[in-house]
Structure formats: structure tokens, C-alpha cells
Design a protein around this ligand. Structure first.
Ligand code: AAT
Length: 290
């Protein structure tokens, strides 16, 4: 008789979406770090399936196995549109994944990372070395404060602004989804400025996806939603919104620049760039009808 040797693991990480009564679970082998900070609860686990997994308030922020998708897509889509990106502001993203991707562009001279919670950066440096290692690069300036306040002090300062924020429904992430905040980002950008923000997804978070996209397109001259496969974020696809003062993410895209890029990329290339702006029918409908 076939024997079933499977024993249900008793060390499980669960992400549970209370608004929809759905969730995902992952076996863990080690609970590496846990801390309740002033802002949120940070946890880092070792998992057999996905490597290190980092969550805030029980929601997966990133994990070793597939973090590259989100971090490449939030960074390279706008950076390949700007003709000469030198000064970049990242809001959120304390794990360092977005900083790592941005610094693959040799033109970049300075990256300001504005992360609300210093403990996220400290934990990432200690326990997520594959993601965080560029946080120590001398081109990087770390600022610990609310990004919505921080950005409001600048006018014509940055070539690129990236919003790598938590969900608007969790913690302080909502501050990074207001129209006022997007306006302040617009003002903080140079004439050729480009912008990308994580803008949720069209299955469980469709109201927020549409709201964020709408607010960005009310503010910027050009705004286009784009999509990718992001297994780490339930239910598995994700969107970002590219926006700019005058550059178009397709008309002003030069595929040769990507072909000549001499750094390793695992998800993004010149074909993915273009394809990510081709939206499925139901997503086009959502953003045009709401
Ligand atoms: N790089 C992928 C991981 C993140 S982390 C998002 C970061 O945004 C967190 O470290 C959080 O502390 C920070 N944050 C939240 N609110 C603010 C704020 N107001 N100002 C600055 N930083 C902030 C993104 C996860 C995406 C989740 C998708 N489900």
C-alpha cells in the first residue's frame, strides 16, 4: 500500500486578506527576525520554497525567489525612458531591491531613499543581503521619514521618482496614494522627469488600482498603467503606473538601449517593456470606466 509520509508542517507563515477571506500559506523552517516597530511588525522567515521571506504586518513585502520581477519592473521601465537619469528618489523600498536595480544604470549619480521605518533598512541589511547590498553604495543617501512630507520640499530636483510603497490599506502606505502626494512628486521632477509607482492589482484590489491610476493621470501629462507576473503578491499579477511630464513610455522607448545594457536582468528586456503596456481587456475596461 502506498504510504503517505507527508506531515502537515506546524511552522507556517500565513498572509490573510481579511477583506476578502482569502490567503496564502508557506511552510517556514526558521523565524529569523521579528520586531514590532513604531510603525509596523517586521518578520523575516526562512522558507524551503521561496528562500527568505520578509513581511510587514503579515503581508509579504518581498522574498528571495521572485523579488527580481517587482524590483526590475518598477525601476527599468522608467529609467530606460529617461534620456540621462542622474538623480533618483525612491520612496518606501527599505529592503533595497529597487536601489539595487536603479544603480545598474551607470548614468545614475545619486539615489535618495526615503523610507519611513529605519528598522526595515536595518533588518534588510542584516538578513536580506541579496536584496539590500547596494544600500551601502556611496551614491545612496538614506532618509528616514514619511515620503509624502519629504517630497513636498523639492521643486525640479529629480530625474526619476519611484514609489515602492506598502499597500494603501496597510500602515502608513495610504499617505503615498493621495492626489496631493502625486502632485508633489510631479513638482519635484525635472522637465524630462519620469515616475513609476506600484499601483496594486485588478482582482482583489481593483478599486485601489483604478484610484491610484486615476489620481496619477489627473496629475501628470502622460500616465500609463503596466503589468507583470508577480507571484509574491497575492493573487500573482501586479501593476505599476508610469507617468511623466513629457516622455512617452512607448514612443520614446529605444529598444537598442536595452539590448546594449551590460548588466544582468532576469525579467525585464526590450520585449517585456513594450508588452507590459498591453493590458488585458478587463483591465482596460476597469481603468476607462470607473
Ligand atoms: N521593495 C518591495 C517592498 C515593499 S516595502 C514598502 C516600504 O514602504 C516599507 O518598508 C514601508 O516601511 C515603507 N513605507 C510605508 N509608508 C511609507 C511612507 N509614508 N513613507 C516612506 N516609506 C513608507 C513594497 C511592497 C509592495 C506591497 C504590495 N502588496
Amino acid at each position: 500500500m502506498a504510504e503517505n509520509n507527508y506531515t502537515f508542517p506546524h511552522t507556517i507563515f500565513t498572509e490573510y486578506d481579511k477583506a476578502h477571506n482569502v490567503g496564502v500559506f508557506t511552510e517556514t523552517t526558521n523565524h529569523i527576525y521579528t520586531e514590532q516597530t513604531e510603525y509596523q511588525r517586521i518578520d523575516i522567515y526562512e522558507t524551503p520554497a521561496f528562500g527568505k521571506l520578509f513581511s510587514l504586518d503579515g503581508v509579504i513585502m518581498t522574498r528571495d525567489s521572485d523579488e527580481f520581477v517587482y524590483h526590475e519592473m518598477i525601476s527599468h521601465v522608467p529609467l530606460f525612458i529617461h534620456p540621462n537619469p542622474k538623480k533618483v528618489l525612491i520612496i518606501g523600498g527599505g529592503d533595497g531591491g529597487t536601489v539595487r536595480e536603479v544603480l545598474k544604470h551607470d548614468s545614475v549619480e545619486k539615489v535618495v531613499l526615503c523610507e519611513l521605518d529605519k528598522k526595515v533598512v536595518e533588518a534588510a541589511l542584516k538578513y536580506l543581503p541579496n536584496i539590500s547590498y547596494e544600500l551601502k553604495n556611496p551614491k545612496v543617501e538614506l532618509v528616514y521619514e514619511d515620503g509624502s512630507k519629504f517630497v513636498s520640499q523639492f521643486k525640479y530636483e529629480f530625474d526619476v521618482i519611484l514609489i515602492d510603497s506598502t499597500d494603501p490599506t496597510e500602515g502608513e502606505g495610504g499617505l503615498l496614494f493621495t492626489e496631493k502626494f502625486y502632485q508633489n512628486c510631479f513638482e519635484a521632477l525635472n522637465e524630462n522627469g519620469v515616475f513609476s509607482a506600484q499601483t496594486e492589482e485588478p482582482f482583489l484590489k481593483k478599486e485601489w488600482m483604478v484610484r491610484a491610476y486615476r489620481r496619477i493621470s489627473n496629475t501628470f501629462n502622460i500616465a500609463r498603467l503596466y503589468m507583470g507576473y508577480v507571484p509574491q503578491y497575492m493573487p500573482g499579477t501586479w501593476t505599476w503606473t508610469f507617468a511623466s511630464k513629457n516622455l512617452d513610455p512607448i514612443k520614446d522607448f529605444d529598444p537598442e538601449k536595452v539590448k546594449e545594457f551590460n548588466k544582468e536582468l532576469k525579467y525585464y528586456d526590450e520585449e517585456v517593456h513594450v508588452a507590459s503596456f498591453s493590458l488585458p481587456v478587463f483591465v482596460k475596461k476597469l481603468i476607462s470606466e470607473f
